[in-house]
Design a protein around this ligand. Structure first.
Ligand code: AHR
Length: 492
């Protein structure tokens, strides 16, 4: 393996490390938001332990309110006195009552508490361009300029929040309206037209609902039919799932299932490469970014939990999915400018799980925290051929890696060995980097199925790693089976 720094290498946007909070299961209610009267310590109704944990992750952005929920969400239901807010049914996720007690103010104020950028997903499937434009005015325009900002001020918030990221629909090919790409491209153009004035003087950043996994036609049609002045990013969703009818258990899985999930997770590299190739054809100057705004492992829900709530445990396998996927995004940092793990709390590949007053950090949380050193650092391309992880006649690359140099000149290398059995030796030629004083951190455990529980919340956690050596311009180390290692070194 060789570090090959390039003068024009891209910055790894911190937004690649983004998260997603849908009104789904116990993500918002009973997760982030317990209400101001809860005995669980909170600030403005948001759990203090979650605020603290996500601030430690340096959470760069948070996408809300969906997902599929977004295209049924009418934001005006969620403002004003709580007792006057209408209740609706959350038809996508368990048909449960949504009392709208967590709305625009609660979400945007929470983002301020977290120190994170909001990413709002607007209702295109069942909403109107007017409703969308009104939401932008409500959140972003100064009071006194039109009825919407005045209403915001009446509701207790004088100063606009200034939301930059706006998704125009979600999964428009499915729960967002079952549209054909040609039709959605036209609808997108209409909605985008009313997002801002002609000069986009309020700096709105517009994201088109993107393809599902390998639906390259979707990307092709959107890139062809949407004028570049109306679009800033196109999305992509890809979940590591094997069979939607039988997704397999989150924690008591076989090696068969592990191997198949890792194959799907690693497929992200091919998907991004191919979608980017299409984007390059239509946008060679790379004006339009790629946002992978939903990704992660998707399994059967934990036995005994509501199937519509998508609550699953999170094991060392998920740490492998996270580590390898984030390396892929880093290595495509020239076009991938944002990604959102699905989802933050108690849903799918969560970084945090809660049970009443208890809270735990998952193995995926620890990977996100280790990789925070890559935020806004300059990519250092790596050249290497991985050894293989073989299982029943098939093989996958065992090692994945990415590297960066931060603004203080420190170099960071994240390495993942997904092999379920074998350690692998890595020799990384860093002679071009002139490094000294290596330090490291590792996430490893005895079994791939290991996970944290509310009784044993620190069973899987990081520890210092002193197994790497730097000599004669080469870093050498042995990566244990299913482990993630983050190395840091200062330049001389
Ligand atoms: O993340 C769960 C769901 O997956 C989202 O609501 C939807 O966009 C996707 O299909």
């Amino acid at each position: 393996m060789r570090a090959a720094p390039q003068p024009d290498a891209p910055t790894i946007s911190r937004h690649i490390y983004g998260h997603f909070a849908e009104h789904l299961g116990r993500n918002i209610y009973g997760g982030f938001y317990v209400g101001e009267d809860s005995p669980i310590p909170n600030t403005q109704g948001v759990r203090n332990d979650i605020i603290e944990a996500l601030r430690e992750l340096k959470i760069p952005n948070l996408r809300w309110p969906g997902g599929c929920f977004a295209d049924t969400y009418h934001w005006k239901d969620g403002i004003g006195p709580k007792e006057d807010r209408p209740s609706i049914l959350n038809v996508w996720w368990g048909n449960v009552k949504e009392d709208n007690s967590f709305g625009t103010h609660e979400f945007l104020n929470m983002c301020e508490l977290l120190g994170t950028e909001p990413y709002l997903s607007a209702n295109v499937g069942s909403g109107t361009p007017q409703e969308f434009a009104d939401w932008i005015k409500y959140t972003n325009h100064p009071a006194g300029t039109s009825p919407m900002p005045n209403l915001r001020a009446e509701n207790g918030r004088e100063k606009p929040w200034g939301v930059k990221y706006w998704g125009i629909g979600n999964e428009a090919w499915g729960c967002g309206g079952n549209m054909r790409p040609e039709y959605y491209a036209d609808v997108y153009r209409q909605f985008a037209t009313y997002a801002s004035d002609w000069n986009n003087s309020d700096g709105i950043y517009k994201i088109a609902s993107g393809a599902s996994s390998s639906d390259y036609k979707w990307t092709e049609v959107l890139m062809k039919n949407i004028p570049k002045n109306l679009i800033d990013a196109i999305a992509l969703h890809h979940y590591s799932v094997i069979d939607w009818g039988n997704k397999g258990p989150a924690k008591d899985f076989t090696e068969d299932h592990y191997f198949a999930i890792m194959r799907e997770a690693l497929r992200m590299d091919e998907l991004v490469t191919k979608h980017v190739a299409i984007m390059d054809e239509h946008d060679p100057k790379k004006k339009v970014d790629l946002f992978v705004d939903e990704w992660g492992g998707w399994y059967e829900v934990e036995p005994g939990t509501n199937p519509g709530f998508l609550y699953q445990q999170n094991t060392m396998r998920d740490a492998m999915v996270a580590g390898a996927t984030l390396n892929i995004f880093n290595n495509h940092a020239d076009r991938v400018k944002m990604a959102n793990l699905a989802q933050a709390v108690n849903v799918l590949q969560a970084v945090i799980l809660t049970d009443e007053e208890k809270m735990l950090l998952t193995p995926t949380y620890h990977v996100m925290k280790m990789y925070a050193d890559h935020h806004d650092a300059t990519l250092i391309p790596l050249e290497f051929e991985s050894p293989t992880y073989s299982y029943q006649g098939e093989s996958l690359p065992a090692i994945s890696a990415s590297a960066s140099r931060d603004s203080l000149g420190e170099v960071h290398v994240s390495l993942v060995n997904i092999d379920a059995h074998k350690p692998h030796t890595v020799r990384l030629d860093v002679s071009a980097l002139n490094l000294q004083s290596l330090s490291g951190e590792i996430l490893a455990s005895e079994a791939l199925q290991d996970h944290n529980t509310f009784d044993q919340p620190n069973r899987v956690t990081t520890r210092p790693f002193d197994g790497a050596r730097l000599a004669n311009g080469t870093i050498s180390l042995e990566l244990p089976p299913f482990s993630v290692v983050m190395l840091s070194a200062r330049g001389k």
